[in-house]
Ligand binder design. Structure first.
Ligand code: KG4
Ligand code: ZN
Length: 327
């Protein structure tokens, strides 16, 4: 089965082709229009998707050395995400489906982050997935394909949002997460002890207190001080966020008794988190699954693989399918 994946839930327009031989293309057009606003502006995001989607899909087909006539299934993000952004991808996919008579399947974007782990591996069920992105932070017990139980989630900000908002306070460009990751490598994670909210209770998360704490800590610091300690502050923030994530992941493993864990979503690209997840897996004798970097942040290859798994279980959609911003 040749699958065309289409993703447009936030500020990346992406199209990918997945065949029996694996991912043949995974084109990602990131939108730079949001940088000067320090965050995603929904109206601008949908306009930018509208401009690039046709070309992005064409490029994915070309790079895969295939034509639309070779596509057997279209998998498209149905939610969660920004309504205007979702509509662009979904309407484009429906148009293709209708005009070329290709079956279509809608994909949950957060499911897709988890199933990105199935592109290069075959994780055994059950496993616990830590899904950490710009909009979500969840611990999910994945019992069987598409049989999920959310064990815990954030009560306020998502982990990626915490990176981005604290980075913004520090004057870093949006999205600050990858920049903070890079700067952290040269810094001291023990330089300042930031709060690790709810680290030792339950499986829910809270990151808004960390953001406030960073704001208070940084507000009276001179520019010259920040210049010389930027890397240390980034490393200390990264330490606080990743410690909470790993402590909760460990508690979820103890609670469920699973033998495998996965991390997924944009923040799973974080080097400190990847290293700590590796150590946790080693110490508890667990299998660890982490998508390769290009499948961590938003991409259409993860939509295509999830569509494939859904189709294999006999699930398809039709043209009445609607986008759901809070799916
Ligand atoms: O999954 P994703 O691409 O989009 C959403 O579904 O939200 O995640 C984007 C988030 C952003 O907050 C970004 O700053 C964060 O993932 N991120 C990182 C890293 N790469 C992306 N955060 C920390 N370290 C990274 N290396
Ligand atoms: Zn995402």
């Amino acid at each position: 089965m040749n699958i065309l994946g289409i993703e447009s839930s936030c500020d990346d327009t992406s199209a990918a082709v997945l065949t029996e031989n694996g991912v043949r293309s995974n084109v990602i057009a990131s939108q730079s229009v949001h940088i000067k606003f320090g965050g995603v502006v929904p109206e601008l995001a949908s306009r930018a998707h509208q401009k690039t989607i046709s070309h992005t899909v064409e490029q994915a087909l070309q790079e895969a050395n295939t034509g639309i006539e070779d596509i057997d299934l279209i998998a498209v993000t149905q939610g969660p995400g920004l309504m205007g952004s979702l509509l662009v991808g979904l309407c484009f996919a429906k148009g293709l489906s209708l005009s070329r008579n290709i079956p279509i399947v809608g994909v949950n974007h957060m499911d897709a982050h988890i199933y990105a782990n199935f592109i290069d591996h075959t994780p055994e069920f059950p496993f616990v997935a830590l899904t950490v992105s710009g909009g979500h932070t969840q611990l999910v017990l994945v019992k069987a394909p598409f049989d999920h139980e959310i064990l815990g989630k954030t009560r306020d900000d998502a982990a990626g949002e915490a990176f981005d908002k604290i980075g913004k306070i520090m004057g870093l460009e949006y999205p600050a997460g990858p920049i903070m990751d890079r700067l952290s490598k040269e810094g001291d994670p023990k330089f300042h002890r930031f709060p690790q909210a709810m680290a030792n209770e339950g499986l829910d998360f809270s990151f808004s207190g960390l953001k406030t704490s960073a704001l208070y800590y940084l507000q009276d610091k001179e520019e010259s001080w920040l210049e010389s300690h930027r890397n240390d502050v980034c490393a200390s923030i990264s330490h606080a966020i990743t410690e909470v994530l790993i402590k909760k992941l460990k508690r979820a493993v103890k609670q469920t008794g699973v033998k495998s864990i996965a991390i997924a979503g944009g923040v799973s690209a974080n080097s400190m988190l990847r290293a700590k997840a590796g150590k946790l897996a080693d110490s508890l004798g667990l299998h660890l699954y982490i998508p390769k970097l290009s499948y961590c942040t938003d991409n259409a290859a993860m939509i295509a693989i999830t569509g494939k798994l859904k189709a294999e279980s006999g699930t398809y959609d039709d043209l009445a399918m609607k986008p759901f911003a809070s799916l």
